[in-house]
Design a protein around this ligand. Sequence first.
Ligand SMILES: [Fe+2]
Length: 239
Amino acid sequence: MVSQLQLSSLTPTPSRTTQNEVRWLEWIKQQDDPYPALRVFSENYHYFSINQAVSFARLFSVIPAHDRDSLVFLADMLHQELGQGKSDTVHSVIFERFAKAVGVDMSKLPLAADQVVEGVRWYACELDRGFGGSLPCALATYQFVEGSGIDTYAPLLGILRDIGLSEEDLEFFTLHAEVEIDHTAIAANIVERARETFTPEQNQAFNTQKWLLQRAWEQFWGDILLACQRETSNLAVSN
Ligand SMILES: [Fe+2]
């Protein structure tokens, strides 16, 4: 499928873990009852999940038509993200099983843009703008997104297993904990090949977009943490 993009020749992408992401994970771990917070997380993450898949498709408009290796891989990525032709295995649908397991009122989903926390809305907007932008902007966005999940899924999976959620309910996280490592390495290969032809201005645009996404990603987790803490303390007061 991606024979020309050999994984063995790739170097890992640097970590994109944010301080707020680590703070959120640490905080969730300490909760006697993490379910109210997990519901807040799920509702917000679901918004991100469904929107990023559509934004990702914009990337195809900037990949050179002769770069069949990249196009084949990206098409396969989108095919996987959208369930490989089966609506019940679309990744956001698999995520909905997790949301249901932690008690989300499924009739609320998907949340509207004005119902999610600001950081999630901002990050989703930046992804959409980035994937639909120039080649440097789109590739920076692609590389950032591929790397951003790696540091989240594995530790979160451990925490969710400790809480007692079943493997079936955690399929979204196990799936991504496995595939994101290879996907990130291949993304790095696609991006680095393209960057060999970049002008200094294009490199500047690439770096600026990554810097912007890092800021938005930090706020994404910071605002989720605040919303989770607010929900948990509101419930403690009302009980
Ligand atoms: Fe996915």
